[in-house]
Design a protein around this ligand. Structure first.
Ligand code: NAP
Length: 281
């Protein structure tokens, strides 16, 4: 019995608070479907206990874990190695324990772009993009857009200095930092509008932007997922624009983490994402 327990894979998501996390629903489903014995748990870790908590997970031979608010940056310096992407972003969302060496990764950008490519196949990669927000999520989104080869990124944030800092930190020359009140005008020049601010999220005011100048092929992507039908998504639908919601980004960053741990992708065509979307709407 003890041996059977020992052979079970241990995974989890570490954050504070953590009760709201959807990740166990995804990973436990995929592990079961892939015949992998083990469990993915919610790991509640207070910020002041981070170092000891990580040492404990290593001691308990966790294969890995996801990292969420508020630990994404602080975890970086507590690992044995960190891949280039996570280093540039200054944030880790996935850790793998490779024979006692803890390696850090960041799959948020991959989640963002995979979901966009899957759900808006014809999005205009040849046109500029408007990114709203300059927090942690914006960094991952911007790097993914750069890798996708978009010609220009207009970056608008309420606090303009933070957008300037992102441009400098990520060292991307084709970022054009614009004022927060210029956003509705910039819509006329872009093929994709991405909200990475927390505006529109439960408990926050809505994002106020006019889509009146949008061409008919503009895609509007809101990475907020609580709720899924934010005011921005509703306004875009009212104008007949293609919309992409935040749940798929969460889903696909988890797919990429699963792949890091198990060297294979889970089956993502079994309707799980649609089921979760039903729960959210
Ligand atoms: P963050 O680092 O705290 O950044 C928050 C951003 O929102 C900043 O740009 C901030 O602007 C802006 N903001 C907040 N209140 C504002 C207001 N009243 N007016 C204008 N701008 C305001 O947060 P984050 O980690 O980047 O997350 C941002 C959102 O993305 C959250 O809703 C989060 O749930 C969501 N998210 C989704 C996924 C997914 O997988 N779908 C992944 C990560 C994050 P200032 O700089 O001016 O404060």
């Amino acid at each position: 019995m003890q041996n059977m327990e020992k052979n079970k894979v241990k995974l989890g998501v570490m954050g504070w608070p953590i009760e709201q996390s959807l990740s166990p629903d995804l990973h436990n489903h995929w592990m079961k479907a892939s015949d992998i014995k083990g469990r993915y748990k919610k790991l509640a870790c207070e910020p002041e206990n981070l170092k000891g908590f990580i040492a404990d997970l290593k001691e308990k031979k966790y294969l890995g874990w996801n990292v969420t608010i508020p630990h994404k940056t602080a975890t970086l310096s507590l690992l044995d190695s960190v891949d280039e992407r996570a280093k540039v972003l200054g944030a880790v969302n996935t850790v793998k324990n490779e024979d006692g060496k803890l390696c850090g990764y960041n799959t948020d950008g991959e989640g963002f772009i995979q979901h966009l490519n899957n759900s808006a196949t014809n999005w205009r990669r040849d046109k500029p993009v408007l990114v709203l927000g300059a927090g942690g999520a914006a960094r991952a989104v911007i790097m993914a857009l750069k890798d996708a080869g978009v010609p220009k990124i207009y970056l608008c944030n309420r606090t303009k200095e933070k957008a300037d800092t992102i441009k400098r930190d990520l060292d991307i020359s084709n970022i054009d930092v614009a004022n927060w009140d210029e956003k509705s005008g910039i819509v006329s020049e872009v093929g994709l509008v991405v909200n990475t601010t927390s505006l529109g999220m439960d408990g926050c005011p809505p994002l106020e932007i006019s889509l009146n100048l949008a061409d008919s092929d503009v895609v509007v992507y809101d990475i907020v997922y609580k709720p899924l039908d934010t005011a921005l998504i509703k306004a875009a639908k009212d104008r007949g624009l293609k919309t992409v919601d935040g749940l798929g980004m969460l889903f696909h960053q988890a797919v990429a983490a699963f792949e890091i741990w198990f060297d294979r992708k889970p089956d993502i065509n079994d309707g799980l994402l649609d089921e979760l979307r039903e729960q959210f709407l």
